[in-house]
Design a protein around this ligand. Sequence first.
Ligand code: ATP
Ligand code: MG
Ligand code: MG
Ligand code: MG
Length: 562
Amino acid sequence: MRVSKLYAPTLREVPAEAEVVSHQLMLRAGFMRKAAGGIYTYLPLAWRVLKKIERIVREEMDAKGSQELLMPIVQPAEIWQESGRWDVYGAEMFRLQDRHNRCFCLGPTHEEMVTTLIRGDVRSYRQLPLSVYQIQNKYRDERRPRFGLMRGREFIMKDAYSFDRDEAGLDKSYQDMYDAYTNIFTRCGLNFRPVEADSGAIGGSGSHEFMVIADSGEAEIVFCTSCDYAANVEKAELFPLEAQEEAMLTKEEVVTPDCKTIADVCAYLKLPVDHSVKAVAYNSEKGLILCFVRGDHEVNEIKVINTCGVIDLEMATEEQLAAAGTVGGYMGPVGIDNKKVIVVVDATVMKMHNVCCGANKEGYHFINVNPGRDFTPTYVADIRLIQEGDPCPHCGGEVSKARGIEVGQVFKLFTKYSSALKATYLDENGKEQPMVMGCYGVGVSRTMAAAIEQNYDDNGIIWPIEIAPYHVLVVPVNTKDEASAAKAEEIYMQLKKVGLETVIDDRNERPGVKFKDADLIGYPLRVVVGPKTLTEGKLEVKIRKTGEIRYLPLDGDYVQDI
Ligand code: ATP
Ligand code: MG
Ligand code: MG
Ligand code: MG
């Protein structure tokens, strides 16, 4: 590639709206241009980087036996209505109608699409496990699109979905994806950390986010300085170990079959009946499931978040109550599907009655519960979120905090979508079973931005070599000096020949201008060919990352050395 031909228009001024470094530098260095808020054209340099990230993603996904396919971006409303998420997804979903007034959306994610696909084609346990993935534009009408590619409304995601016979199978699929993600972000040259994550509105329990450590990150994480405990603060454990052990609860203690109204429950738990107790779900088999709704959500909103349905007792029929089994917008699908009981209560109650808090897995009684979010803080005087310097909930060491950019997330979905969308298979005994699913996303375009957030200096981008748009820039200092221009051409050809992705700055510009652009764009290596160094029989090679300059003898094997 010749710079004279390269479509990478560099800018002197940065548009004021670009708040973070990656956004500023990608505009200045001619990597992208804005089309609308959160919607961008990737210019050739950015597209090369994206293709490299995609290649790494593909290789690692393929290595785990996941198969690439491509699903439609335009998705019919029906499948989202079937899963119950058409109304749940809210304003973040781009919706459209065709000429016959049929409703569609632009896919923000593909659980519905993939589950309805697989349910049509997979019938037998012999066809499982199965894992598929795609790399594609996703659409989310974010409330605040900002930070350039970090929070776009159109962005590139790799999304993978696994289908297993049982939870043991899911555990393996999940671990495979976890390992693949570790390889992907390592190969991209990033400083990252997997952290325990909240399963959020998507449901399920068991999730990790992959966080690139950077001050501009929107997420806050805690991590132990002695062991490998790390979590998104939203998910972080609240209590030191002793308190957890004290509060373990057996199922029998949770079951209170006599409670059928909020008032019953409150009486049982010796709680005042007030606004913090919004909903109770009761299941005849599992017993009581109680939900203390966080202060800033009305029951209606929780209903919307939680497709399994939190029951408003005022409105509920006996039948609904019997079928219910889910709590809190952030607790994920629990109860009947997971065959586990969850109870959320406030801290005072927990102490008084030794009741567990937000558990859907043994030993996890304090994970996933936040005062102020999951229940009103009136009762939580002696609870607080984990803070810098606190003892680690796992090893007692010290925890520290950092900011992170979420570049990927792995989720255990269990049977949330396969139950709702009836994706079943026949097991060895000919019995129909729901498939056990996982979903796994990598933000490809966000990863490119995150790489810059972590690798830059005052002069511009410093690409990790694995994802750099090109490896080497050859700069003839003076294109009018025939000898050095010819030598630069020769070197350019030689480097290309050995497979290095090379650019030559053949413009008739001052060296200062060329060097500035080289640093801004962030070529990992810069080879300078000038009359002076030529007469000395040398080449000047500068390493962008360290600033180190080496002189290679022209009569040696400099191609090899580079
Ligand atoms: P966030 O918490 O930042 O809103 P998310 O948890 O909603 O992200 P997921 O549904 O987990 O996102 O999607 C998988 C991956 O897609 C994320 O880990 C992230 O890297 C990427 N991603 C999500 N939203 C965006 C966006 N608006 N712009 C760019 N990348 C995104
Ligand atoms: Mg989001
Ligand atoms: Mg997130
Ligand atoms: Mg996520």
